[in-house]
Design a protein around this ligand. Structure first.
Ligand SMILES: [Zn+2]
Length: 412
């Protein structure tokens, strides 16, 4: 009676089990029910399970899927929508929660920061992705202070976190050169948000409004979202704080030669116009695009040495010369963003030492880059201004109240 099972019978049993498995897997089983199901059917493994993954250094979604035993195509998923595209830029330490159904991703949650969550669901043959706001308590803070040492030191003393100080420097860096213009007695006031959840601070920022008084001249900036959803900082008059071109293509560099129509050329040993600005800095210092644009030239160019030329709109071009090398992957035709590194300081071509020679042309004619940089973009249209003024009204009041409190305090 008790004869050993025939191999064919074994195969049949295997097929039957697999068929049952398949049936169980193709049913949509919510995660919370999955545990109950395994209890009532003890031998069947959990068909749906939630996996938590912490992104490692150098991780990609493909690598994570592979590690988790998933057959889902990460490439297809990432390309399925703009929102899902965010998964192409995972950072070490980020958290992913994946609902696994067999060897397929059923649902994925990704928290790129403490305030947002990306949810991607399998949707038929494709994927549906959406952003969710993670609930947090928002608080508004105001801090103000007077410069006695440096913006960093006095900002910290006023209670400003590093990220807000960095934002503040960027914000007023369009108008104030903090490395040269800062004076003792300058004052600042910042209105900014903090986000909390369960007694824990999640994030600082953004800055809602700020004022910086530099040598008696006040600059103000207000964060504002236009009717069509564009968020930016504007002056009290509704002009964008950010300028079309940034002041300097090199951070923290010394200007070693200004724009002039006649100067002694140290290498050629004759008088020659200097149709650009020179920035002296050590070889290898990053050089940044001063405006959004497109690479129209990259290569050696006589005395200029290694050179990059960018086209900005129809009329403007900027030129960056004497580079030691170009940014990795930079090609003619590439689009670049303002502030993007395009190369590194060097002394290629006719140069006495490492420096950047930077030129600005309008319709092909040279202009002084330092004067061009002072131009602002288009102000808010009339239709938007009323709404903008109403929006900044309470923020202005906040800035003024705190400034007065501060002045009264510093007076005693
Ligand atoms: Zn030069």
């Amino acid at each position: 009676m008790c004869k050993p099972t025939h191999p064919l019978a074994m195969l049949w049993i295997t097929v039957a089990v697999l068929a049952f498995w398949h049936a169980a897997r193709t049913e949509e089983i919510p995660a919370e029910l999955a545990d109950e199901m395994t209890e009532s059917e003890p031998p069947a493994p959990t068909p749906v399970q939630a996996v938590e993954v912490v992104v490692r250094r150098g991780d990609t979604l493909s690598a994570i899927f592979k590690r988790s035993g998933l057959k889902t195509s990460a490439t297809r998923l990432v390309r399925s929508s703009d929102a899902a595209g965010r998964l192409a830029a995972l950072q070490p330490g980020d958290m992913l929660r994946i609902l696994v159904n067999g060897d397929e991703m059923e649902r994925l949650e990704y928290d790129p920061d403490p305030l947002r969550r990306l949810v991607v669901r399998r949707d038929g043959a494709g994927y549906a992705a959406r952003w969710e706001h993670r609930p947090a308590q928002k608080q508004t803070f105001v801090a103000s202070g007077t410069i006695t040492h440096s913006l960093y030191r006095d900002g910290k003393a006023a209670g400003l976190p590093d990220s807000i100080l960095a934002e503040l420097t960027r914000l007023f860096g369009w108008d104030i050169d903090f490395s040269r213009d800062l004076r003792a007695g300058d004052t600042f006031t910042v209105v900014y948000e903090q986000h909390w959840r369960d007694e824990r601070k999640l994030a600082d920022g953004p800055i809602l409004a700020a004022e910086f008084t530099n040598r008696g001249h006040s600059f103000r900036a207000f964060r504002y979202t236009t009717r069509d959803g564009r968020t930016a900082y504007f002056t009290e008059q509704g002009e964008p704080v950010q300028k079309q071109f940034s002041r300097n293509p090199v951070d923290m560099a010394r200007i070693s030669s200004r724009f002039s129509l006649k100067r002694w050329h140290p290498v050629l040993h004759r008088f020659r116009a200097h149709k650009g600005v020179d920035y002296a800095a050590p070889t290898g210092t990053p050089v940044r695009a001063t405006g959004d644009g497109q690479v129209i030239y990259k290569g050696r160019k006589g005395g200029y040495g290694r050179t990059v030329i960018l086209q900005h709109g129809k009329r403007y071009t900027t030129l960056y010369a004497h580079l030691s090398r170009y940014a990795r992957g930079l090609r003619v035709g590439n689009r670049v963003r303002q502030g993007q590194v395009i190369g590194y300081i060097g002394s290629s071509g006719l140069a006495t030492g490492p420096h950047l020679h930077y030129e600005f042309r309008i319709d092909g004619r040279h202009h002084d880059p330092l004067k061009v940089a002072a131009r602002r973009g288009d102000p808010l249209p009339q239709a938007e201004l009323r709404r903008f003024r109403a929006h900044i009204q309470p923020l202005r009041a906040e800035l003024e109240t705190h400034r007065h409190v501060h002045l009264a305090r510093s007076g005693d």
